[in-house]
Design a protein around this ligand. Structure first.
Ligand code: IMP
Length: 179
């Protein structure tokens, strides 16, 4: 994987992403305008480009932390196990926290991460995802902010990969197989 030939069709331009991030960061700053320091938590690895651009638009004091989760399907039980591969470096009890994700697909990953972080008793906990595929949802989860709703397509670029490729594209594109 991926041995099948494919091309990438642009779905969301770099310019549209930048404009949307400007809008979203204004809303986030309004929500957290009174914070002493917002902990911005990036979910590795897909959010690394998004968090870099978003963080530079945020006009409130912030610090950055990262968390890596991985979700495995279990066909037998039609369930998913979400595992934490890398936990936060810092404590978040009593803190303002914003979790930054690339895509909400089935919803299992962010749902699990939010429940875990909530158990650590932050003062305020919000989440933002650049992309949302609502038609794929398996758990009842809604991110506080969404960049773009997209149809059920496999997308790459702007940090998001297909078998670790294409993360460095400046735009979001959809994968189209050509064989
Ligand atoms: P969820 O637990 O199903 O919501 O999984 C979300 C994760 O699945 C994202 O953080 C991505 O890593 C991955 N994912 C979902 N859809 C896509 C896609 O279209 N392209 C690449 N990765 C995806």
């Amino acid at each position: 994987m991926p041995n099948r030939p494919y091309v990438i069709d642009e779905l969301i331009s770099a310019k549209a992403i930048a404009a949307r991030i400007e809008e979203l960061s204004r809303e986030i700053c309004r929500e957290f305008r009174d914070t002493d320091k917002l902990v911005v938590v990036g979910l590795l690895r897909g959010s690394f480009v998004f968090i870099a651009d978003l963080a530079r638009e945020l006009d409130v004091p912030i610090e950055i932390d990262f968390l890596e989760a991985s979700s495995y399907g279990n066909a037998m039980e039609s369930s998913r196990e979400v595992r934490i591969l890398k936990d936060l470096r810092g404590a978040i009890q009593g803190r303002d926290v914003l979790v930054v994700e690339d895509i909400v697909d089935t919803g299992h990953t962010l749902n699990h991460v939010i429940a875990l972080l909530k158990s650590r008793q932050p003062k305020r906990l919000k989440s933002i995802a650049l992309l949302d595929k609502p038609s794929r949802r398996e758990v009842d989860f809604k991110s506080d902010w969404i960049g773009f709703e997209i149809p059920d397509e496999f997308v790459v670029g702007y940090g998001i990969d297909y078998a670790q490729r294409n993360r460095n594209l400046p735009f979001i594109g959809k994968v189209r197989f050509t064989d």
